[in-house]
Design a protein around this ligand. Structure first.
Ligand code: FES
Length: 103
């Protein structure tokens, strides 16, 4: 079963569409895309960069270090130099906070 862990209020995503949070000891990045919420591991799979510091364009997050991209809905690496998918986690809004589901 998933453990739903409170992360951040949706208002944290208003400005950039993306925000970092630590849930269960894991740093994640949360995203708002067309009124839906998604989460991935925060660490880029290409190097030591925080995806939450990247640029969200639609459903793509661009890594701030080498501008590789991932689809935040699937975790798929879609833009070079990223080639390894980033882990994704389910998100739900409850009690005014986004919660991340951890296995
Ligand atoms: Fe993210 Fe290189 S560290 S693209």
């Amino acid at each position: 079963a998933l453990t739903w862990t409170p992360a951040v209020p949706p208002s944290d995503l208003e400005e950039f569409g993306v925000a970092a949070a630590t849930v269960g000891g894991l740093k994640v990045a949360l995203y708002a895309v067309d009124g839906e919420y998604f989460a991935t591991a925060d660490l880029c799979t290409h190097g030591a960069a925080s995806l939450a510091d990247g640029f969200l364009d639609g459903e793509l997050i661009e890594c701030p270090l080498h501008q590789g991209t991932f689809n935040v809905k699937t975790g798929a690496a879609v833009g070079a130099p990223c080639s390894v998918a980033v882990r994704t986690f389910p998100v739900k809004l409850e009690g005014g906070l986004l919660h991340v589901g951890l296995p």
